[in-house]
Design a protein around this ligand. Structure first.
Ligand code: TUI
Length: 318
């Protein structure tokens, strides 16, 4: 533990966000609510509420839940493709949420307003071009997300994209995609990141509101369990292969009608995450699912990753 404190004493992500460990919890729509975010923040990481397409009332409740459970910093993810994005931004500012991450698009138009309200802004990017452009707009850090991630993804891997962006920008970088233990944590640091974001492993946290069958689907997953759907629509999504992805991919091969494919995917995220329809719903999860073996508390997950990272780092110092 003493060693671990030394490692993070000068860490720019810890200092920026006022957290103990440079470990962010991925903001998964329909999955990461206030209870999970509070548990991760209480454990020393940064818990983040995933908004997806949720409206203002839902988010207000989840923010209130976090504030009842912890006085530590937390974040909200702004999903830029949401029809409620404007009202969500207003609520974030009203509620003085300490940290905002963004995803699914270019957050350029919202950065100024959030920064003026004293909020730390950390966009998720999946390409070098957008990463470079956003650093000129006064963002605080970047989450660089590789295509190993679950959910909506870009084309680059974490292994290639993190060092490219690390070379090109001065803001600190948080690596995401394919990270679930101390080996991934240290590998990300070696690539030039100063923090990591972990999504899929936190789906298997006890405090996560996701349906228990969803957690079991991840725990049973092996190395090639996930597939990417929707490449022809321009919105590729990684999910665990099931009856639905099989039907979708077959349809995608034979029929490239985007509206039909979009209609086929409608409502599938909550079907799996909330109602536990793990055959007919979309079970968003990253490639790292095959490494996840059990449901643990958020605190156990945070400490396991950090302690493992310390051990791995020591093992490398030959
Ligand atoms: O956002 C994600 N992953 C997600 S969000 C989600 S829920 C959802 N609900 C309804 C509709 C759509 C999604 C499930 N998974 N990850 C962050 C991420 N952002 N990955 C890739 C990007 C990204 C893509 C394009 C960021 C910026 C971007 O910019 C395009 C441009 O304008 O240059």
């Amino acid at each position: 533990m003493g060693e671990e404190l030394n490692i993070f004493a000068n860490n720019r992500i810890c200092n920026l966000l006022n957290i103990k460990y440079p470990l962010l919890q991925g903001a998964m729509a329909w999955i990461a609510g206030g209870k999970l975010a509070a548990a991760v923040s209480e454990a020393g990481g940064l818990g983040i509420i995933g908004t997806g397409n949720a409206d203002r009332d839902w988010l207000e409740q989840e923010i209130d839940t976090v504030c009842q459970l912890t006085d530590k910093p937390f974040g909200v993810n702004l999903m830029l493709a949401s029809p409620h994005v404007q009202e969500i931004v207003e609520l974030i500012i009203e509620k003085k949420v300490p940290v905002v991450t963004t995803g699914g698009g270019n957050p350029g138009p919202y950065i100024d307003g959030l920064k003026k309200a004293g909020i730390k802004v950390i966009p998720v990017v999946a390409s070098l071009a957008l990463g470079k452009r956003l650093t000129r707009l006064g963002i605080d850090a970047l989450i660089v997300e590789g295509m190993e991630s679950g959910g909506h993804i870009g084309e680059m891997t974490t292994m290639c994209l993190v060092p490219m962006i690390a070379d090109a920008v001065d803001v600190p970088i948080i690596a995401a995609g394919g990270i679930a233990d101390g080996r991934g944590f240290i590998a990300a640091m070696a690539l030039g990141a100063e923090g990591v974001q972990v999504g899929t492993r936190f789906i298997c946290a006890q405090e996560c509101s996701v349906h228990p069958d969803y957690q079991q689907k991840i725990i049973k997953a092996r190395d090639r369990a996930t597939v990417v759907c929707g490449e022809t629509t321009g919105h590729p999504v990684r999910a665990i292969h099931n009856k639905f992805t099989r039907a979708y991919l077959n349809h995608e091969k034979s029929n490239r009608n985007i509206e039909e494919l979009e209609a086929m995917g409608k409502g599938r995220y909550p079907a799996a995450a909330v109602h536990g329809d793990i055959d007919g719903g979309t079970v968003l999860a990253g490639q790292i699912s095959g490494l996840i073996k059990e449901v643990q508390t958020a605190e156990e997950i945070v400490l396991d990753i950090i302690n493992h990272a310390v051990e791995v780092k020591q093992g490398l110092e030959v």
